[in-house]
Design a protein around this ligand. Structure first.
Ligand SMILES: Nc1ncnc2c1ncn2[C@@H]1O[C@H](COP(=O)(O)OP(=O)(O)O)[C@@H](O)[C@H]1O
Ligand SMILES: Nc1ccn([C@H]2C[C@H](O)[C@@H](COP(=O)(O)OP(=O)(O)O)O2)c(=O)n1
Length: 216
């Protein structure tokens, strides 16, 4: 069984997915980390981030691996761990350019679909494109100001600068970020992190909540 949690930037997707996955006793998958890792490698190699052929050639010679641990996801490029470098402001700025490339999206999708279920998958298009047959789908939103206030704890910039960057990225990510028609949309603005997790758990089918998570 697969549960998808999509949503806009800094809406709480990865924190919420981690909490839901822990409650269910399954791993969670942060798909955005693969887009971030592709961006980091492109920046380091000084590639044109608009060039899918250049990025894909680099990704094939420097393969990435997503490790979906229960306590958080890690990304490896052979023996080097990239995880701590994936949330810098320069990767934030470049990642939407890379994520819009269809060839890069197909590369990420193939990696995600190869992972063994059950799991919780979070990102933008988990419920629409990658796992359209998921057993339960959620979509998280919150106002840009609230998201910027939350992210200000994790970035050096001030709230207005983060808010402006989030609004810009919302616009760039808009095409691949539409909620699935059958997703439950949750405004996380008025809720605590645990409040969002409990809202999702309460809406899961009983067989999932009781820990009987089937493998397909
Ligand atoms: N409902 C919430 N209330 C308060 N803070 C939250 C809530 N959800 C997430 N956060 C915090 O907001 C920040 C961004 O959350 P994160 O899970 O990284 O979002 P995303 O994966 O959507 O980018 C984190 O610091 C997280 O702890
Ligand atoms: N399934 C996904 C996941 C992320 N993306 C894109 C959209 C975002 O700009 C980047 C980074 O995603 P990530 O979820 O890590 O970013 P935020 O934490 O929401 O800021 O990748 C995507 O297009 N499709």
């Amino acid at each position: 069984m697969i549960v998808t949690i999509d949503g806009v930037a800094a809406s709480g997707k990865s924190s919420v997915s981690g909490g839901v996955a822990r409650a269910l006793g399954v791993p969670f998958i942060s798909s955005g980390l693969l887009y971030r890792a592709a961006t980091l490698l492109g920046l380091e190699a000084r590639l044109d981030l608009h060039s899918a052929p250049a990025l894909l050639a680099h990704l094939h010679t420097h393969p990435l691996r997503l490790e979906p641990l229960a306590q958080g996801n890690r990304v490896w490029q052979e023996g080097r761990e990239l995880t701590d470098e994936l949330h810098s402001s320069r990767v934030d700025r470049g990642v939407s350019v890379v994520a819009v490339l269809p060839e890069v999206r197909a590369w990420v999708d193939a990696q995600l679909r190869a992972l063994p279920s059950p799991f919780v998958a979070e990102g933008r298009d988990m419920g629409t494109n990658v796992f359209p047959h998921a057993g339960a789908k959620f979509y998280l939103t919150a106002s840009p100001h609230i998201r910027a206030q939350r992210r200000a704890h994790e970035r050096p910039e001030d709230v207005p600068a983060i808010e402006a960057a989030l609004i810009h990225r919302d616009e760039l990510d808009r095409v691949q970020s539409a909620p699935a028609a059958d997703a439950v949309v949750i405004d996380t603005g008025p809720l605590t992190l645990n409040g969002v997790i409990q809202t999702i758990l309460a809406q899961l089918p009983e067989r999932l909540r009781s820990g009987q998570v089937p493998s397909a």
